[in-house]
Design a protein around this ligand. Sequence first.
Ligand code: PLP
Length: 387
Amino acid sequence: MPDISLPHISHLTAPDPSLAGSHLTIDLKALADNYRMLAQKTGSAECAAVIKADAYGTGLEPAAETLWQAGARTFFVAHPQEGAKARTLLPDAVIYVLNGLVGDDSKDGFDYYRAHQLRPVLGCREEVSLWQDYCANREEALPCAIHFDTGMNRLGLSFADAEALSTQWKTAKPAFALELIISHLVCADEPKHPKNLDQLEKFRAVRALFPDVKASLANSGGVFLGPDYHFDLCRPGIALYGGAVCEGEKSPMKVVATLKSRVLSMRDVPEGQSVSYGATETTKRNSRLAILCLGYADGYLRTASSSDLKKGAKVAINGHQAPIIGRVTMDLIIVDVTGIPQEQVKRGDWAEFFGSQIPVDDVAESAGTISYELLTSLGLRALRSYL
Ligand SMILES: *Cc1c(COP(=O)(O)O)cnc(C)c1O
């Protein structure tokens, strides 16, 4: 099994901060506060924490430890190796693997789940049979969850499968221990979408078939849809990391990730000159530009570029906002600082790409995507620090 080494580990020790062109700061106190805020909202339902994809780019290990200290006891990852990483830090946590039984369906693969005490979220009938056979052979009722589909058409067994299993288990108990049933909301970030109520009703019907098993439906958006959606356990991800929970609305959560880079140089460009690759944007006036030491190789998205036809994202420098001009390049981004007093933007100053001044959701929107993609794309080059 190949080891996944986490990028932030090397970045905690190197490089020399004085040489860093960009900084990614992860505020672990804000992460803990966000967890506590969500746990308060979920009330009597347990609030779990989703830490898949390197805890949404923030670093699985520091995030997992922080969330445990804040009170989280159940964690969700996507892949078994992510679960094993979390297990080394959290010997007593309950850890579910959302993607279910990932791998070549060998006994070794299943042994890996058992060795690290990972609970697969079984997502199709084959996986239910495989885990059943594995547990029957071992004569060991290993824990798992089952995912039922209520409208995503991605993972999850059908309602007919749910009925068949519940009937079957009335006469012959399964060889595994079914600890949780889950389903996943399709439009939780659009509270008025009719799909939410539809999925809620479908999930209630599934739940009625397994009355003794804990149930979980809500992701971050679902937590905010209200108590009907909470069941026994909620599974927020993006809200922990500061992302918005409702489409088009400002995030109610604290900022966790801040990305900054230095101003590398300043230049004056006359009106009518093109800027950056492809000559897609032209200065509309005599302009003052700042060249920033960060690009798409750092995980900032090239689709946040600006052109004469489409506005790009903005950055904040010393309290002023400045729009990107032209294309985002691999290592550098150019912003228009015309109109900002000269002494307030100079070589060596720091520009914020997202954080408390520029919401990560705004950048994602300018880039035609969502905060999830921006955070999980964060590269390995920015110097990471944890507050
Ligand atoms: C990623 C994921 C979550 C967390 O979703 P957020 O929208 O980030 O809160 C919950 N459940 C499942 C099945 C997921 O895949």
